[in-house]
Design a protein around this ligand. Structure first.
Ligand SMILES: Cc1ncc(COP(=O)(O)O)c(C=O)c1O
Length: 446
């Protein structure tokens, strides 16, 4: 699908962002020239996906589209049981309802915000066990998404087994900068968790990009097919939640996949309450067809190579223009180190959000803050949580933009970095929601 995009003037953008309460989520899409807010649901579907939609079976129960999706999930991931959900956080809601209770602890590698939100909503806590290298943007590590096994074992030792319902491993790790987890790390996490009798769940939104990085960077995998790598990855998990809006290249959809029939039965009850009957769970038949096809297309080497290379093209240009970025480059996005760009703005004034707004003003480019606003307040003290990294994420939609668009983005941000000393102040909060505030926050310019 091809859409037109419309450039705007700086005056227009100043008005629009003020009216949006300095929250980029509040902008209308036509007020954005190049939209790098997210890669979630923003990909362009293929000819094969559109034609698969025409064959959607909209039966309430037992639709052929459900079985098509079931076969594709079994084929690509190896899991026997699956539940469709309308998106990734719905999969978390259903699975966590069956597994997490008040007072639990859930270790993992920099849980995504919705994952953390669903854990904390249940009055449980998410414990970040990511390796330390992930928190220094200038250090090179091929697998910055890895779980630190010592940190993980400390959690296992310090808490009774019944308080640890699962380990969540996010592949690739979005919060740490779209950074992959190595096969060796997945294997070791599984072995350690098994020793303590704790199931491992993969948050799998970008599992195919993770497999691509394993092929490119991990010894012994260079000659393996992406799908072979994916099957081995999932052999180290007891289940997965999936936001299909990423690596299954659909505009809406998600699922849970599991090995354990008993857990599947338990989760099915919540699926019916929250999502719909277990053979559609919030998805229409045509969307399940597109998703099944997308799982295959998303795990093709040539596609992944083109995609990850485009993200790297953006990263390379940004570096050339003096923008400090998380390295190595992530699979779906480039993460800009806002603290390094705007060290003179106090952290209480939201450095990454300030940079995101400046980029919008400069060129109509919409990125997203992955920093203090996103990190929310501590649920107990209600103080701001200042994360180890204050990042501006530039997320590249799948199969949508050309490298010329990427060059425009890099130039615009390069201009902002060049005039950074003219940016004197940041923002204060006028309104915030009690949880996941970044989506609806309203800010005032200081
Ligand atoms: C790693 C990860 N997990 C879960 C989710 C939630 O998925 P959804 O937006 O489909 O609810 C996202 C979405 O961006 C994600 O990046």
């Amino acid at each position: 699908m091809v859409e037109t995009i419309k450039p705007s003037s700086r005056d227009e953008r100043e008005k629009w962002i003020r009216e949006a309460g300095y929250n980029l989520f509040n902008l209308r899409s036509e007020q954005v020239f190049i939209d790098l807010l997210t890669d979630s649901g923003t990909g362009a579907m293929s000819d094969k996906q559109w034609s698969a939609m025409m064959l959607g079976d909209e039966s309430y129960a037992g639709a052929s589209s459900y079985y098509k999706m079931k076969e594709a999930i079994k084929d690509v991931t190896g899991f026997d049981h699956f539940l469709p959900t309308h998106q990734g956080r719905a999969a978390e809601n259903v699975l966590f309802s069956a597994m997490i209770k008040e007072g639990d602890v859930v270790p993992g590698n920099a849980h995504f915000d919705t994952t953390k939100g669903h854990i904390e909503y249940r009055k449980a806590s998410a414990i970040d066990c990511t390796i330390n290298e992930a928190f220094d943007t200038s250090v090179y590590h091929p697998f910055k998404g890895n779980v630190d096994l010592n940190k993980l074992e400390t959690v296992f030792k310090e808490n009774p087994r019944e308080k640890i319902p699962m380990v969540v491993v996010t592949i690739t790790c979005n919060t740490a900068g779209g950074q992959p987890v190595s096969m060796e790390n997945m294997r070791e996490v599984k072995n350690l968790a098994q020793k303590y009798g704790v199931p491992v769940i993969f948050d799998s939104a970008r599992f195919a990009e993770n497999a691509y990085f394993i092929k490119e960077r991990e010894e012994g995998y260079e000659n393996k097919e992406i799908r072979e790598i994916v099957r081995e990855m999932f052999s180290y998990a007891d289940g997965m939640t999936m936001s299909s809006k990423k690596d299954a290249i659909v505009n809406m959809g998600g699922f849970i996949a599991l090995n354990d029939a008993e857990l599947f039965r338990k989760a099915s009850v919540f699926n019916i309450i929250f999502e719909g009957f277990i053979t559609y769970g919030g998805m229409s038949g045509r969307d399940m067809n597109a998703l099944a096809e997308g799982l295959y297309e998303g795990t093709e080497y040539d596609y992944l190579n083109t995609r990850v290379s485009q993200v790297a093209f953006l990263g390379g240009k940004l570096k050339e223009f003096g923008v400090p970025v998380q390295e190595p480059f992530g699979g779906h996005a480039i993460f800009v180190d806002a603290r390094k760009v705007l060290p003179h703005i106090p952290k209480e004034q939201f450095q990454a959000q300030t940079l995101a707004i400046e980029l919008y003003l400069e060129g109509g480019v919409r990125g997203v803050e992955i920093g203090t606003l996103l990190a929310d307040r501590d649920p107990v003290t209600r103080e701001n949580r200042y994360p180890a990294l204050e990042l501006l994420r530039l997320t590249v939609p799948r199969r949508v933009y050309t490298n010329n668009h990427m060059l425009y983005v890099a130039t615009a941000l390069g201009n902002v970095v060049e005039r950074r000393n003219e940016i004197k102040t940041g923002y204060t909060i006028e309104y915030e929601a009690p949880i996941m505030r970044h989506f609806t926050v309203k800010l005032n310019k200081i």
